[in-house]
Design a protein around this ligand. Structure first.
Ligand SMILES: [Zn+2]
Length: 269
């Protein structure tokens, strides 16, 4: 298949899955069922969305970001999440080409979007997503032939899962021992269990590093805003770390080895 056509198909797939992800994220965050009701609805007035209103991105633009019935604002993070998923799918298309690896990458990209949205809304990463996700990641690593960052083999997947899940569990445990309160959630540890099983042990520190780099400026803005409004005491304001870990893992999935080569220099490769 020619690359431009494949890129367009990838973008459409990313948008459709992204739309599913925002819907699933909203339903799981609000404690509902993912599959019922079958049709999407406006959370403010309950109006069932028509086919046109439900088109990813386009529906949001056509209605200028509001529900057609009750004028409730549609949160901007939903179309942004759809765009992010489409962008990820286009990048995955150029990295992996038409392959199983591409589908696996887009599948986990979509899972990362769902997890990020839920973590942003509830500060939780549900076990019903992270643990089966970790099993699927292990299977993908064991069954796929090696291509770029995927198909690392079951041994690397096992070590990655231990380093990722165990490492973060240890950090969370130490933090609680020293500070007497929870810093990192165990949800973050289970997310890194998944990332380690999918991408291997080398990806774990890089994902943490990328997540921290991404979280720092956002954390400072949130802390400053909270301090101005007199809530919390600056930096200790809770900021869910899951979305940043997801972004870090997605970045490693697409460009981890290139980043390592650039960082460590050609001497090592
Ligand atoms: Zn409405």
């Amino acid at each position: 298949m020619e690359l431009p056509l494949f890129s367009i198909l990838a973008a459409l797939l990313g948008l459709i899955l992204g739309s599913f992800a925002t819907c699933a994220g909203y339903r799981l965050a609000s404690g509902g069922s993912v599959t019922s009701p079958a049709r999407s609805f406006c959370p403010a007035c309950g109006h069932t969305l028509t086919f046109r209103e439900n088109i990813p991105l386009l529906g949001f633009l056509l209605q200028a970001g509001r529900c057609r019935f009750c004028q409730a604002k549609i949160p901007l993070r939903y179309p942004l999440a759809e765009c992010a998923n489409a962008g990820f799918a286009i990048a995955a298309a150029s990295v992996f080409g038409p392959s199983w690896h591409f589908l696996v990458a887009v599948g986990f990209g979509t899972l990362f979007v769902v997890l990020s949205l839920i973590d942003l809304e509830t500060c939780l990463l549900p076990d019903v997503l992270t643990l089966p996700g970790a099993v699927l990641a292990f299977l993908a690593s064991a069954l796929l032939p090696r291509l770029h960052t995927l198909g690392i083999g079951w041994r690397a997947a096992l070590v990655g899962a231990l380093v990722g899940g165990g490492g973060l569990w240890l950090i969370a445990w130490l933090y609680r021992r020293i500070r007497g309160e929870d810093g990192l959630g165990l949800g973050d540890a289970k997310l890194m269990l998944l990332a380690g099983a999918l991408l291997g042990p080398v990806a774990v520190p890089l994902t943490l590093f990328a997540g921290a780099v991404l979280a720092l400026p956002v954390g400072l803005v949130v802390a400053r805003r909270a301090a101005r409004q007199g809530e919390g005491d600056g930096l200790r304001t809770a900021l869910p770390f899951g979305p940043f870990l997801c972004a870090g893992a997605a970045t490693y999935l697409l460009a981890g080895p290139q980043f390592l080569r650039w960082w460590l220099g050609p001497a090592l490769f």
